[in-house]
Design a binder for this molecule. Sequence first.
Ligand SMILES: [Fe+2]
Ligand SMILES: [Fe+2]
Length: 368
Amino acid sequence: MKKLLGPCTNLQLEPFQYPIFWDITKAMRDNTWTPEEVGVADDLATFHRLRSSEDKYDQSKLHWFKALWGQLTAFDMLRSEDALTLSLLIFKPEEIKHFLCRMQWDERLHTESYRYVVQNFGLPESGPDSIYEMWSHVPEMKARVEYAEKINDELAERVFSTGGRDPSSWSLQGKQTILRSLIFWFLIFEKVWFLINLKGPISYMALPRAAANKPEFIGAAEQLWYIARDEEQHIRGGVELIRHFVLEHPETVTEGFLVKTQEMFEDCLYLESQFVNHCAQIAPILGYSPNDHLETARVFANLGARATGFIPAPFPEARHRFPWMAEASEHKKETNFFEQTPKDYRKGVDLGLDKIGSGMPTSVMDNP
Ligand SMILES: [Fe+2]
Ligand SMILES: [Fe+2]
């Protein structure tokens, strides 16, 4: 029988020990999209208008947009380059490698999407105003990149010191390093840091009813929802990976490990608060406060933690502050929510997790 950490031969495709990953990968493939499918001509007009405006709320929107784009671009590269490369060395069954490789492809596609907007807006590729360099000189962004790199370095040290061979023989501490990395990347980096920023501020600016002014950045918001849809599949696979890992290595979930996990959630939500306050430093977007953003991010953290079945909600008092997010998720299945015109954005069939079926708790399927 194949095990997550081996032994198993990489050249043996079937039988699958973990068929859910094959199914999730198919769902990811069915979601395939390209940035060019989304028009950004109206967004370009918005961008130029905001850039020439002296109104502080206009300047704030532009600042928020650029900060978000800069952070997301760095994040998708970070996710793809580091964590997935290591994961491919650790997890041995082919069906899991299949999922990880498709995920890596998705993250690259997301960077294409960011570049598509950068090019269309005529933003500089390099220099102090480049969004590509922003993460390295904005402390609130750099801190998050460094936090992720630290998590990765601990794992990389073990992987490369063994040449990636036989992680099943690693010590308890070594296996806890794997589990901690999975929790960080899937439940915090993707479920919290990515999702709240993909679904939050720019989508709010684009909303037809909630925006204080005329809806803006509709094309960018559409792209971010496409990306969020991909990320939700990644998170679903990540929760499966975590659950299977703990089933095979229950000794890794110690009281001390759970205490450190809680601290990790708290540290990362603190870093999110630093970032959102940087975004809102000129002025808040009317109707979208940094506090509501953070409180909703805490709800995302709770959903991810509870879905594992063994991590308690880190912020049990948190309450969702943006009901329109769920509404947008629902509308996304049949319409372009932001334009409110009938349009089918799916190339493939609608594969919700309920149809994939894995015994996964429904909480992770909630579209917050
Ligand atoms: Fe991504
Ligand atoms: Fe992802």
